[in-house]
Design a protein around this ligand. Sequence first.
Ligand code: SAH
Length: 261
Amino acid sequence: MQNVRPKKHLGQHFLTDLSIAERIAQAVKGHDGVNCVLEIGPGMGVLTDFLLKNPMELYLIDIDSESIAYLYQKYPQLKEKIIEGDYLKEDFSSVLPDKYAIAGNFPYNISSQIFFRVLDERDKVTEVVCMLQKEVAQRIASPKGNKAYGILSVLLQAFYDIEYLFTVPPGVFNPPPKVDSGVIRLTRNQTEKLDCKEKLFFQVVKAGFGNRRKTLRNSLKSFQLPEDLKINPLLDKRAEQLDVADFVFLTQQIEASRGNH
Ligand code: SAH
């Protein structure tokens, strides 16, 4: 089989170190009794080989037709489970079971978008084990008070427990990326629904981090904060100092004051 030519615009950096692929595959735990895993961006299947050693049912999705042709040849037994498509757009409802895990060495250029899709699908996605830029991996896993802590950290931490597993240097990829990579695991937590309007929560978090250096009193101005909230010391803080529960509280207060008008 002829190797797939790495295409930059598809974020293709093929892993060449088998022991790292093995560690990523072994980090998939099958949380919540789930028995199915979707691999995003299998490329030439270096991670796939190790995921196949796991008893979980395996589905693959890749956007690259050259990779798909390669995978069909390499894994004839997976024929029905190889999907040529864009993870960000694909409708999985008639393909995947109700609940499944996700694994992958993600295309780094769209890793944030992948997580926004995961958030949309969070009632189905019980676990994510993935490699991405170290900086983004750290950001997602970061607790409050840390410089890296940001919008995706809060939104994902609302619904997932997140562990930073290990760092991977550029030299183990072909071609090597410009940055270090990091592997993280997200495990769905018990939160079914937030105790506030979710859309507003997302807006509050985004606005809060809009200018990281401003206090929340300033960055949340456009929400017309209720008077008693304006004097709350929480508003002297900056977004990076607040955890999920603090943002839920703020959203509840804004929501309540809207209800009164
Ligand atoms: N898992 C392989 C390849 C990682 S490179 C390895 O570790 O070697 C990222 C892969 O994601 C590529 O195969 C690329 O074609 C695929 N990809 C890029 N954008 C995608 C998208 N929107 N949906 C699905 N796969 C995508």
